[in-house]
Design a protein around this ligand. Structure first.
Ligand code: ZN
Length: 163
């Protein structure tokens, strides 16, 4: 896993998602890449999370494919859009099994799965073939390009999961 590449691709994805959902830059979430391996050997371990109080996305990195990690980012981004819409305000209990037991959360999960996955799919299908991250040009990644100028600050933390 090339972490710099993951970061640049995630920034590109977030730019795409912000366009699709018309989210201005100042309302974008922060993405935290969690490097803790504690979940990577658990088939049902966490892969991502969203904190509506801090507008932070957490995605777990070890043991996963680039696309899998970024699909998680797109999913959690939809939860952020829901948060901006005010959907988390009267959401009720978020205890174990909330996605099955809590009707509102179940709807919100369904939206995040559908919209997150489709947004991710559309992004992968419509990426600019001249992107500096394409295989043929991967040596030419330009770190002072617009890639970094807009969204770099969203991706500032490489962190461990909270115990
Ligand atoms: Zn979710």
């Amino acid at each position: 896993m090339n972490l710099k590449k993951l970061q640049l691709l995630t920034e590109e994805l977030l730019r795409y998602c912000s366009d699709v959902k018309s989210i201005p830059q100042e309302k974008m979430p922060t993405v935290n890449f969690v490097m803790d391996e504690v979940y990577s050997n658990d088939p049902f371990g966490k892969t991502g999370a969203y904190n509506p109080n801090t507008s932070e996305i957490y995605v777990f990195v070890p043991g996963r494919h680039y696309k899998d990690i970024m699909r998680s980012v797109a999913h959690e981004f939809v939860h952020h859009v829901q948060n901006l819409r005010g959907d988390f305000k009267d959401v009720g209990e978020l205890g174990e099994g909330y996605a099955q037991k809590n009707k509102k959360m179940r709807k919100m999960e369904a939206e995040a799965y559908l919209e997150g996955n489709m947004m991710f799919r559309d992004w992968t299908d419509t990426r600019d073939p001249r992107s500096s991250l394409n295989e043929s040009k991967k040596e030419k990644i330009d770190f002072d390009s617009r890639n970094l100028s807009l969204f770099n600050k969203l991706l500032k933390k490489w962190t461990k999961a909270k115990k």
